[in-house]
Design a protein around this ligand. Structure first.
Ligand code: SAM
Length: 290
């Protein structure tokens, strides 16, 4: 396969800003991403946004099977030309509208002998919809073991942040609910054409077999996280009481937090995922009228 710079010239591709197109032209970065994914013949790799195939050919050389979902129809003939004869399926669709179980795992998730592939997701994500894509992949509950994403550095920091830091927020808690995240390395703008206006980073998510918080009600847990970080400058008690999302008043929230060993003026950013989980369980009791 020709390199991405030459493909851009040859096909006169004008990158679409609206589709978040920043094509990776640094082969060392591709190599580092694929090594971090540890791709092998046992894997079905789902690539979101293959673009001009900067990573796809190398993924396909290592994986048992590759399925790539690309929204921009201009790029499909280019991908089909360069990936012809390889074990790659290109789907021309918006990833947010793909039923991953039905359209990817059922048809492509099994080897010829019927045993399932291990599923890995690899993507240099379009930055304009980073969070919706990541959350869809996590919430859909696909049986993936690993996801490797290139995202804006600032988003990588939020994904991997720990309590008490400025970057810690609803995204950090959501990511940890589903996975063990690791910010692997930073990638600078000169590795892309066109160059993005921000630094990027590669994040690795090791998916949990079961959500971290076990039997906690998922809806209440995420409502709580949303309310806690929705009004960051307020104390947690005020943020929760003012959110109108729960059948509890300010005094009841205060009592619960004090019973958990927190100061009544604690802010959401101090709570670990375990504390959010315990708090959600206590709120749950009120729903059950206990
Ligand atoms: N993987 C390529 C690379 O590394 O050079 C391209 C990465 S580029 C940052 C993001 C890619 O995602 C683009 O090819 C873009 O067209 C595609 N894309 C944007 N929105 C999409 C969506 N909703 N569903 C699927 N692909 C999308």
């Amino acid at each position: 396969m020709e390199n991405t710079k030459d493909i851009i010239k040859k096909y006169n591709i004008v990158a679409s800003k609206a589709l978040g197109q920043n094509f990776l032209v640094d082969k060392d970065v591709v190599e580092d991403i694929l090594n971090a994914a540890g791709i092998c013949e046992d894997d079905l790799v789902i690539e979101i946004g293959p673009g001009l195939g900067s990573m796809t050919e190398d993924i396909a050389k290592r994986a048992g099977r590759t399925v790539a979902i690309e929204l921009d129809k201009r790029l499909i003939p280019v991908l089909n030309t360069y990936l012809f004869g390889m074990n790659v399926t290109i789907i021309n669709k918006d990833i947010l509208k793909v039923d991953i179980s039905k359209e990817i795992i059922e048809p492509y998730g099994f080897k010829e002998d019927g045993t399932p592939y291990k599923i890995k997701v690899v993507s240099n994500l379009p930055y304009y919809i980073t969070t919706p894509i990541i959350m869809k992949l996590l919430e859909d509950g696909i049986p993936a073991e690993l996801m490797i994403f290139m995202v804006q550095l600032e988003v990588a920091e939020r994904m991997c942040a720990v309590p008490g830091t400025k970057a810690y927020g609803a995204l950090s808690v959501a990511i940890r609910y589903y996975s063990e995240p690791e910010n692997l390395f930073t990638v600078f703008p000169h590795s892309f054409i066109p160059r993005p206006g921000v630094d990027s980073a590669v994040v690795r998510l090791e998916l949990r077999n079961k959500p971290y918080c076990g039997d906690v009600d998922r809806e209440i847990f995420f409502k709580l996280v949303k309310a806690a970080f929705g009004q960051r400058r307020k104390t947690l008690v005020n943020a929760l009481a003012n959110s109108g999302m729960f059948p509890l008043n300010k005094e009841q929230f205060k009592d619960i937090l004090i019973s958990m060993g927190f100061d009544e003026n604690v802010r959401g950013e101090k709570l670990t995922i375990d504390s959010f989980s315990n708090l959600a369980k206590k709120i749950q009791l009120h729903y059950n009228g206990l």
